[in-house]
Ligand binder design. Structure first.
Ligand code: ADP
Length: 159
């Protein structure tokens, strides 16, 4: 069984993340989308909120599992029995960063392979960082996030 782990912050999940998942589906039997807890990072949304949004986005998709984890991504992949990591690449700075991490993960993860999908041109400007900035400024993020998240932001938060 081919299991891929798609690790990230998903703070919040965007249409860019969704596009990567959609295109990766034919490649794997199961995709685990997992929110990593990194002590160094400051998040806008709580772990609970980020996980809940992912669960709602993927609730009707049996091929997808939503989880959270702490510690090294390679260790979590091993626990899951995942032989592949899935990551998206938007530009050269994504590539520079991801290249080193993937080489390291391949060594410490004993052959763990990272599969990269290049973002669609119409998605390559979308990042959680930009979405967070727009939310903080009370702007409209409907063009960048799944509809249920936009609706939640309108109702529970400050759009
Ligand atoms: P991290 O903090 O691990 O970078 P993110 O949630 O920001 O977590 O991103 C998770 C993955 O999704 C990364 O591989 C990132 O490159 C990818 N990604 C994010 N936005 C896009 C996008 N618009 N198009 C393609 N890939 C994307």
């Amino acid at each position: 069984m081919k299991i891929a782990l798609f690790p990230g912050s998903f703070d919040p999940i965007t249409l860019g993340h969704l596009d990567i998942v959609r295109r990766a589906k034919p490649l794997f039997d199961e995709i685990v989308i997992a929110v990593g807890e990194n002590e160094q990072k400051k998040y806008l949304f709580s772990m609970e909120q980020r996980v809940e949004w992912l669960q709602r986005v993927f609730e009707d998709e049996p091929q997808m599992k939503v989880m959270q984890y702490k510690g090294l991504t390679v260790n979590f992949a091993k626990d899951l029995g995942a032989n592949y990591l899935l990551r998206g690449l938007r530009n050269a700075s994504d590539f520079d960063y991801e290249k080193t991490i993937s080489q390291l993960n391949n060594i410490i993860g004993e052959g763990l392979e990272t599969v990269f999908l290049i973002s669609h041109p119409e998605m390559s400007h979308i990042s959680s960082t930009i979405v967070r900035e727009i939310i903080k400024g009370k702007g409209d993020v409907s063009a960048f996030v799944p509809e249920i998240i936009h609706n939640d932001l309108k109702n529970k938060f400050y759009l």
